[in-house]
Write a protein that binds this ligand. Structure first.
Ligand code: ADP
Ligand code: MG
Length: 348
């Protein structure tokens, strides 16, 4: 029996699912979150709450664990770096720093000769004046965005004056891709050239928030292979350990672009819990804890639907689900509009 205790920073649904996967492998978990109501406290052995720069609370957390991982990327780099001096942090904090910043992330991807959307750095309002070429586009804060937060779609230069944009922040302007589809690749890297990679997952967003994911993705063979190759190249170049997600755009001419990298388990991979022999969460725990790598086997095709805000109520009240349906309630205390409250996976 293993004697490993894994620390997880972040206590949302991803933290919960990581803790559940770890406990199944007899790995104890301690979750650290700045949210006193964090749902992951229902699934871990110990729970520590405090802000992500609270030294005392961080010490209390790391004293109880052998190594540390995280469920989200927006953790102060300084915090991860300090922890890493005492207990190993995986994936390593430098990956996190790179991916936290949309410009650095896109520069890195382009250096690998992988296509991204066209983009330009915006530091002040006047930087936007001569950028007709990038419109229609989306202005995004370079850091701390998720689920479309901190994003402003801009159709034309004239529109700018009416938008209330806080220029004390740094932005990136991205040319809008005429989307045919979005897909993601989830890959777990164990060590040099040792991976488990899931097939491409097709994703549908509503209001920039993921709503549906499904396998198989309806894509051609070239995109199927290229998306996997690019994800492997990125994971290898980062010397990544653990589960990583690469989000892609496919335009109307079947060109593939990397949208962004998530250095963690990902919402689009929830269906891996039921559709594969090993889920993205279990694979993450196996990789960071140095456990055995098990070859992936697909059990079934599947589709997943996110339950946002009060969409959860109907499912909470259901008495019975079909045998091919798996309902997950994240046990969040407060129902908020568009908040991810749960999901349902259907094997098809
Ligand atoms: P987040 O960090 O919030 O996930 P993303 O950059 O992934 O931000 O944007 C969220 C969603 O918004 C994307 O999945 C896509 O649907 C849409 N989107 C973002 N950027 C573009 C773009 N340049 N062209 C077309 N759609 C975009
Ligand atoms: Mg995204």
């Amino acid at each position: 029996m293993s004697e490993i205790t894994l620390g997880i920073i972040g206590g949302g649904q991803l933290g919960s699912m990581l803790a559940i996967a770890a406990e199944k492998l007899n790995i104890k978990t301690v979750v650290f979150s700045d949210d006193i109501d964090a749902p992951a406290q229902n699934f871990c052995r110990q729970f520590v709450t405090g802000s992500y720069d609270n030294k005392e609370k961080i010490s209390e957390f790391i004293n109880q664990v052998d190594l540390v991982t995280f469920e989200f990327e927006n953790i102060p780099f300084k915090t991860l770096n300090e922890i890493n001096k005492l207990k190993p942090v995986l994936p390593k904090p430098s990956v996190n720093r790179l991916v936290q910043h949309r410009l650095a992330e896109k520069d890195f991807i382009n250096k690998l000769n992988i296509r991204t959307t066209r983009y330009v750095s915006i530091e002040k309002k006047s930087d936007l004046d001569a950028l007709e070429d990038f419109l229609p586009g989306i202005l995004k804060t370079t850091t701390l965005g998720y689920d479309g937060k901190g994003q402003y779609p801009i159709k034309s230069i004239n529109e700018l004056s009416s938008l209330k944009i806080d220029f004390s922040k740094e932005y990136i302007l991205e040319k809008l891709v005429k989307l045919k589809k979005e897909i993601s690749i989830i890959i777990t890297r164990f060590s040099n050239n040792k991976y488990e990679i899931y097939e491409p997952i097709e994703n549908i967003h509503e209001d920039q928030i993921l709503k549906y994911s499904k396998i198989p993705a309806e894509i051609n063979e070239k995109i199927f292979n290229k998306s996997k190759d690019w994800a492997m190249l990125i994971a290898e170049e980062l010397k990544y350990i653990g589960t990583l997600c690469v989000e892609f755009f496919i335009d109307r001419n079947d060109n593939l672009y990397v949208n962004e990298i998530a250095p963690r388990v990902h919402n689009s991979g929830h269906l891996t819990i039921n559709a594969f022999n090993v889920s993205q969460f279990e694979n993450h725990v196996r990789a960071v804890c140095g456990l055995e790598q098990i070859p992936l086997i697909k059990i079934s095709n599947a589709k997943m639907m996110n339950l946002l805000g009060n969409q959860i109520t109907h499912f909470r009240n259901m008495e019975k689900f079909n045998d091919n349906e798996y309902f997950f309630d994240y046990l969040k205390k407060e129902v908020k509009e568009k908040r991810k409250m749960g999901h349902i996976t259907t094997l098809i």
